[in-house]
Design a protein around this ligand. Structure first.
Ligand SMILES: [Zn+2]
Ligand SMILES: [Zn+2]
Length: 728
């Protein structure tokens, strides 16, 4: 044995350096491994970090090396995950420790005591009588056994109510060990495939069997049965002793998918934000120990510490929520492709409206396309009706907000005892309050954003920072009582619809009502059980929900997103309209979609309404190529922010000089004030770098580092966003 001390490089959640050097006490010499979570002294503090390397070597000179002081033997990242995280930290330009902190849940890092998991199982054969409320809870419970915390969330109820149901014999509440017996009662899914589904499954299965790393793009219209393809492939991977990652943009809004997964497989973890710290820690350890076969979760589930991942599935791959908007600013779909390449396994991206990036990759031959064009249950996609609101205003001889077509059809829905969904992607009563005497517009004192009027609360609110206050009676600028509201939000839309259609009961689902009533689960459950004729909501109603009685979907101000200063505006509008259109008529009755817009000639709308995705994609890709945007360019955004406008400007311009010096062919837009130049009391400047590709964008960042990097300046924060999605 050598006399040299055992030295470990430890990544700590701090910006800047990737790792710090510590001595490993001899008591840990045999047990400590790379990927282990340890406690280390840092100045006067004690912090947690992860061991990156460990070896016997000369201790560094120039400072006193300190000892690792604690070790959590139960938290060890597998080497393949550590490799992915190292790749991510380099690509997205944060420290290894910062990336690790984003990838490993805090309760795991901080050593939360695992909590014994309690499961709730529905007795599906139960036929006794329950109170109306108990019955509603029972109906809402998934058939498969569910974690207690999740059951409470899904059924919008409490432990006390579930205990009452258990007393009545309608559910059983047990600990983890007894799951197997309960599961025997769970409903099994039928496995009849369409030819298209079979081809998709066989093609991916070939790559699985050959151990080939291959990205697949499963392009399937809404209702074409993508989930069955996912689950069948997952079953193959699990049978081969490997594990499956299923990423979703959003868990709370897709309860049906989670329920199907739980029905089909035994050892499943559905990761969501409703977990207690102890449950989260327990799940993580089970995954790491190989006791879980399939993880369902949002973007951070990509970092589930599986010992042998065999397949990664990214559902709704076009969704923007895969991009994390704080450090580490990774994109989970993009990172999933990298991970699958490193592991030598297939990755399956699914969508009815694939992102332009993925379509481009498929056209370049990097992804293989699998198409599902038919809907086994839902019949034909409805042909949406596009209404020109300029003509509508002319015909109604007033500033019309709801077209006659939509109102007529809502009346029919009401008469037929069916249901409707009306979508408007803006909450509150009115987005603008301004003075008719002097023209002053109410805006947030902390942001460069106009305040939204909320009539129910009689308040004005900033939707960016949350600041709110009472609705003023007089104009704060000229003191005249002449404040008026302009524009339409969901609150006003719901009121108008109820007033225009006699007897129509309207339920509103947006961030406001969800906050008031504790969760969408309750609202969706109410709508599903027929508590209202019409659901009015923001885009959260557009995600993955199936309501069999919905035969009408309306989209109000469908072109609203097109005016945003964002090169993806058209793509998002197209996806939203196409996705929502796919939600109507998924049951046995045919559906209708009514789309209201002022700019009815916009290609994004026309193509979505006419079911012409290829026409849209071709035209949009051409524009992206012409103007040098992804997928034909690599983008980097620098954002400077701080309390002093002068300082922010000074530092941004100074850093901008360095960026320009190393540009070497990259286009540098800015630095200039951001579109939202003042947000949450911070002044903001930004610069956008356009490089020929993602590779040349990385080379640009290397040149920035080689030139000394962007020097830290007091009071000004600079954020680097690689492949940004937010550009305002
Ligand atoms: Zn005024
Ligand atoms: Zn604000």
């Amino acid at each position: 044995m050598s006399d040299l001390p055992l030295i470990a490089d430890v990544a700590i959640d701090l910006p800047g350096r990737d790792s710090y050097t510590y001595r490993v006490p001899e008591t840990l010499a045999g047990t400590l491994k790379p990927g282990d979570c340890v406690g280390v002294p840092f100045g006067p503090r004690r912090l947690r970090g992860f061991v990156i390397t460990i070896e016997r070597r000369e201790p560094p000179t120039g400072f006193t090396i300190r000892d690792i002081v604690s070790h959590q033997p139960e938290v060890r990242l597998p080497p393949h995950l550590l490799r992915l995280i190292a790749w991510g930290a380099r690509y997205y330009r944060c420290s290894l420790g910062e990336f690790l902190a984003g990838a490993v849940p805090a309760p795991v890092r901080e050593g939360a005591a695992p909590e014994r998991l309690v499961l709730v199982a529905k007795v599906t054969s139960f036929s006794g009588t329950l109170s109306k409320r108990q019955q509603a809870v029972w109906n809402a419970l998934p058939d498969a056994p569910t974690l207690l915390s999740e059951a409470c969330r899904v059924a919008a109820t409490t432990r006390a109510t579930l205990d009452k149901l258990a007393e009545a014999g309608a559910v059983t509440i047990t600990d983890d060990q007894q799951v197997r017996e309960i599961r025997l009662e769970a409903r099994q899914e039928r496995h009849a495939h369409t030819d298209e589904q079979q081809v998709a499954i066989d093609t991916v299965a070939q790559a699985l069997d050959a151990g080939r790393s291959q990205p697949f793009l499963l392009h399937g219209v809404t209702g074409s049965g993508k989930t069955l393809v996912y689950l069948d492939l997952a079953a193959r991977v699990i049978a081969a002793g490997k594990q499956v990652l299923l990423l979703l943009p959003e868990i709370a809004l897709t309860p049906q998918l989670a329920a199907r997964v739980r029905n089909r497989f035994e050892r499943v973890a559905v990761l969501h934000s409703g977990f207690t710290d102890g449950e989260r820690a327990d799940q993580w350890r089970k995954v790491a120990a190989g006791q879980i076969d399939l993880v369902v979760g949002t973007r951070s589930a990509l970092f589930a510490p599986f010992p042998r991942p065999g397949l990664i599935i990214v559902d709704e791959e076009h969704e923007q929520s895969y991009k994390q908007e704080s450090v580490p600013r990774y994109h989970a779909r993009d990172l999933a492709i990298v991970y699958a390449g490193q592991l030598g396994i297939p990755v399956l991206l699914g969508s009815a409206t694939p992102s332009l990036e993925s379509v481009h990759n498929a056209r370049q031959g990097r992804y293989r396309v699998l198409s599902l064009k038919n809907r086994p249950l839902g019949g034909k996609l409805p042909a949406p009706i596009l209404i020109d609101m300029r003509e509508e205003c002319h015909a109604q001889k007033r500033t019309a907000t709801i077209c006659r077509e939509l109102l007529t059809r809502l009346k029919q829905v009401k008469e037929n005892g069916e249901q409707a969904i009306v979508l408007l992607n803006r909450r509150g009563w009115s987005p603008v309050v301004s003075c008719q005497s002097c023209g002053h517009t109410l805006s947030c004192t902390s942001c460069d954003i106009s305040l939204t009027y909320h009539r129910g609360a009689e308040k004005v609110k900033c939707h960016y920072c949350g600041t709110e206050g009472p609705m003023p009676r007089k104009c704060p600028a000229c003191s005249q009582p002449t404040l008026s509201t302009f524009g339409l939000g969901t609150e006003q839309l719901a009121t108008q619809l109820a007033a225009e259609v006699p007897g129509l009961s309207v339920l509103r689902v947006d961030a406001d009502t969800v906050a008031e009533r504790q969760g969408h689960a309750k609202l969706f459950q109410a709508f599903s059980s027929g508590a209202a004729d019409c659901l009015v909501g923001t885009q959260m109603v557009a995600k993955g929900l199936d309501f069999p009685r919905v035969t009408l979907v309306g989209i109000v101000a469908a072109d609203r997103g097109l005016s945003l200063p964002d090169f993806r505006a058209a793509e998002r509008t197209f996806q939203l309209v196409a996705q929502v259109a796919g939600r109507a008529g998924r049951g046995e009755r045919p559906g209708t979609v009514v789309v209201q817009a002022f700019d009815t000639e916009a290609p994004a709308l026309r193509c979505a309404v006419d079911h012409m995705p290829k026409t849209f994609v071709d035209a949009e890709l051409k524009l992206r190529e012409q103007y040098g945007y992804p997928p034909y360019a690599g983008l980097i955004r620098f954002l400077w922010s701080g309390e002093s406008a002068a300082n922010v400007q000074l530092v941004a311009l100074k850093h901008g000089e360095l960026l320009t010096r190393v540009a070497d062919g990259c286009v540098i837009l800015g630095p200039n004030p951001a579109a939202v130049a003042f947000l949450k009391d911070q002044h903001r400047w930004h610069a956008l770098i356009k490089a020929g590709s993602r590779g040349t964008a990385q080379a640009f960042l290397d040149r920035v580092d080689a030139a000394g990097g962007l020097k830290k300046e007091k009071g000004v924060h600079v954020a680097i966003d690689v492949d940004p999605y937010q550009t305002s």
